[in-house]
Design a protein around this ligand. Structure first.
Ligand code: HEM
Length: 117
C-alpha cells in the first residue's frame, strides 16, 4: 500500500508541475494582460483533484488518519482554481488579477500541504 500511496503522491506532484508550470510560462504575458489558461493548467488542476481524492481514499484504506480540515481547505481552493480555469479555458486574454489569483492560490495550496500538520 505504501508504494501505491507514494506513486499517487508522485502523480500529485506531476499535477502541480503542470498547473504551476503552465502558470509560470504565462507570467510575461500576464504583465502585458495577455495571459491565457493554457491546457497544461486545466489538465494539472484535474490531475490534482483525481490524485488528491485517490490519496484520501488510499490513506484511509491504510488506516492512516487524514487531516480532514486541511484536506477540505485544499479541496475548496482547488475547486476555485478548477472552476476559473475551466470556465475561462477558451478566453484568449485573462485579466491580470484573475490570472494572478490562480497562480497565487496554487502556491497557497502547496504551502498548506507542506506546513499544516
Ligand atoms: C492545487 C492544489 C493542490 C496542491 C498544490 C497540493 C499539494 C500537495 C503536496 C505538495 C503534497 C505532498 C506533501 C505531503 O505529503 O504532505 C500533497 C499531498 C496530499 N494531497 Fe494535495 N495538493 C492539492 C490538492 C489536493 C486535493 C484537492 C486533495 C484532496 C481532495 C489533496 C489531498 C492530498 C493528500 C491526501 C495528500 C497526502 C499527504 C497528506 O496527508 O497531506 N490535495 N498535496
Amino acid at each position: 500500500m505504501d508504494v501505491l500511496i507514494n506513486v499517487f503522491v508522485g502523480l500529485h506532484i506531476i499535477g502541480i508541475a503542470s498547473l504551476l508550470g503552465g502558470f509560470l510560462t504565462q507570467m510575461k504575458a500576464m504583465s502585458a494582460g495577455t495571459a491565457r489558461f493554457v491546457p497544461a493548467m486545466l489538465h494539472g488542476a484535474l490531475t490534482m483533484l483525481v490524485t488528491g481524492v485517490a490519496l484520501v481514499g488510499l490513506n484511509q484504506a491504510d488506516d492512516m488518519s487524514v487531516n480532514t480540515l486541511k484536506i477540505g481547505v485544499k479541496l475548496a481552493i482547488l475547486i476555485v482554481i478548477l472552476g476559473l480555469v475551466y470556465v475561462k479555458r477558451d478566453d484568449e486574454k485573462i485579466e491580470k488579477p484573475l490570472f494572478g489569483a490562480v497562480g497565487g492560490l496554487t502556491v497557497v495550496n502547496i504551502f498548506i500541504a507542506l506546513l499544516w500538520h
